[in-house]
Design a binder for this molecule. Structure first.
Ligand code: ATR
Length: 277
């Protein structure tokens, strides 16, 4: 059987590394490939997923939104977010899922014993990644999601969309972390290759002592946002667990069996050159 990740470019994707390791560890005869797909070739690539030996696919930049209308159906979270990161091929039908946000919520629970239900959240950023996380936190029962963005209109639109889906969200104009249970950096500040590796969107000094600080960036492993959280003694989580858990949820959708999460972490960390923790 076959699976793969559809994106452009996909050469630096870690998914082939940890998904391949997961299939091997489970003794499943599945090859997982990097399917580099320029925008003009997306429709043909998706049509190719209907071959009988294809389990499904992951989808990444820049195709997460554009792929949706090419599928037969969308699961609720994917429809709400308006983006698909996982396609399941079953009984000649292609279903679009979004496991980015649910992988984020799973990472909080599995890696930090943090329950999103009832939590107050400050979400920094209102781009595609923030959107998936906001809807998943709302679906998990977050009590309040405050969304800040450099461009305020995007925060207002996301908050309104989450509220329209029944979530408790509002836009806010400041990045003050005081009073929140969870503070999430969904901006690209601090990410390798952006010219902002010295920057953080938020000063965490006023955060509550047990507030969990999460950065969705995993290159580098420690952004300035996380470095400050660590220096202040706050609990913190980097971006790798979200990546692994979105992949684990995709693996479970394709195979119907639990994903070997520890194997996936080890493979990803080895590829990143990090010591296994
Ligand atoms: P992604 O899909 O990873 O979320 P994106 O949709 O391009 O990517 O969103 C990037 C996020 O980082 C946005 O919230 C963006 O803010 P704007 O909507 O104002 O562009 C934020 N961002 C990028 N550079 C930033 C900077 N220098 N300062 C603050 N926020 C920044």
């Amino acid at each position: 059987m076959r699976a793969g990740i559809i994106g452009h470019p996909v050469g630096h994707s870690l998914s082939p590394v940890f998904q391949g390791a997961a299939f091997r560890a489970c003794g499943l005869d599945v090859t997982y490939a990097a399917w580099d797909t320029p925008p003009g070739e997306l429709a043909g690539r998706v049509a190719g997923l209907r071959a009988p030996d294809v389990l499904g696919a992951n989808v990444t930049i820049p195709h997460k939104e554009a792929v949706a209308p090419l599928l037969d159906e969308l699961e609720l979270l994917a429809a709400r977010v308006g983006a698909v990161n996982t396609i399941v091929h079953r009984a000649a039908r292609l279903t679009g899922h979004n496991t980015d946000g649910s992988g984020f919520v799973a990472a909080l629970r599995e890696e930090r014993q943090f329950e999103a239900a009832g939590a107050t959240v400050l979400l920094l950023g209102a781009g595609g990644a923030s959107r998936g996380i906001a809807f998943a936190l709302a679906a998990a029962g977050a009590r309040d999601i405050a969304i800040w963005n450099r461009t305020p209109e995007r925060a207002q639109r996301l908050a309104a969309d989450v509220a329209a889906a029944g979530g408790a969200a509002h836009a806010q104009g400041a990045t003050d972390p005081a009073g929140f249970d969870l503070v999430v950096n969904c901006t690209s500040l601090g990410m390798s290759g952006t010219g902002t590796t010295g920057d953080s969107p938020c000063d965490l000094r006023r955060a509550a002592p047990r507030a969990l600080a999460v950065d969705i960036v995993y290159r580098p492993a420690e952004t300035p946002f996380l470095a400050q959280a660590r220096a202040l003694g706050l609990p913190w989580l980097g971006g790798l667990p979200m990546l692994i858990h979105q992949g684990a949820l995709a693996f479970e959708l394709w195979t119907g069996q639990p994903a070997p999460v520890a194997v996936m972490f080890a493979a990803a960390r080895a590829a990143l050159g990090e010591a296994a923790a």
